[in-house]
Write a protein that binds this ligand. Structure first.
Ligand SMILES: [Zn+2]
Length: 145
């Protein structure tokens, strides 16, 4: 899926004359790998998400992130929660990228991380299975609230 997003490197490959630089950092060429794993903006978001718990590794490209997501290392509930956080992270990065291009504005990464936490909290609350252990509920509160 990552290779289908209309990032600037793809648009240039099909012949469109668009700027090359990442709209979020302005320092590197925009590609899916750069936007979602290498850009200082997404790295700051991941570091902020990891501030109290190590949730998401800093991967060098989308292939490595996808490989990591396919290898569950914690229980099912925590694994699904982390996948939900990653999905919300990627969605919000794409929203910020588009905002940088079309509105010329970029939210501070701490605001984006709070948005991600709110979205994941609401999502998990709406589909929380009944048989979640109390220690997992406590973990969920500690990472999102
Ligand atoms: Zn960048």
């Amino acid at each position: 899926m990552w290779g289908r997003l209309q990032t600037r490197d793809r648009l240039r490959r099909i012949g469109l004359q668009v700027e090359q630089e990442c709209p979020m950092c302005g320092m590197h060429s925009e590609s899916a790998d750069h936007l979602f794993t290498q850009c200082i903006y997404v790295r700051n978001c991941i570091k902020e998400l990891n501030r109290n718990h190590h949730l998401i590794p800093l991967c060098s490209n989308m292939g490595r992130m996808n490989d990591w997501l396919q290898k569950p290392t914690v229980g099912r509930f925590r694994c699904q929660t982390i996948q939900c956080i990653c999905t919300a992270l990627l969605y919000n990065i794409w929203i910020q990228r588009n905002s940088a291009i079309w509105q010329g504005s970029l939210s501070h990464f701490t605001k984006v991380v709070q948005q991600i936490k709110n979205e994941v909290w609401l999502r998990i609350q709406s589909i929380m299975p009944r048989k979640v252990q109390n220690k997992d509920k406590d973990w969920l509160r500690s990472i999102l609230l």
